[in-house]
Design a protein. Sequence first.
Length: 156
Amino acid sequence: MILGAGAATLGAATVAPLAIAPASPMVAAGGPRWVRTMKLEDLKEGERKRVPIVSDLHDAWTVAKNVTLGAVWLERHGDDVRCLSVTCPHLGCAVSATPDGFNCPCHDSDFGPKGERKGGPSPRDMDALKTRITDGWIEVDFRRYRVGVPERVEIG
């Protein structure tokens, strides 16, 4: 009888944390992952700026504070901000800005100023991300996509 009660207690202790583990917007599939990046007033009209994406990273048990999750290119047009992932859709290298658009130095994929594929091995355009302005700050709905495939497949 004592062995049975001990097993039941151990079983309840193992299951109970699962019921109280916090949900995280960083791991929720498909939901928005708005990350504050920089003040709109600090991004000049027409300027392309590489900005790190820094946020808390949650899993079911832990929170890592101020983790660099990736980076994006931001470009301002009035109160609208265009956002492109710096990750090349070919094999995941970091895309650099050029006077005419963007280039991936690893395998020489070329992209136009809006991230459209112009040449090289990249199977698709650069990945555009949604932005919004909240209290004067540029926020990005940060997502990652599978590299090496022609369609945009979101990964966690």
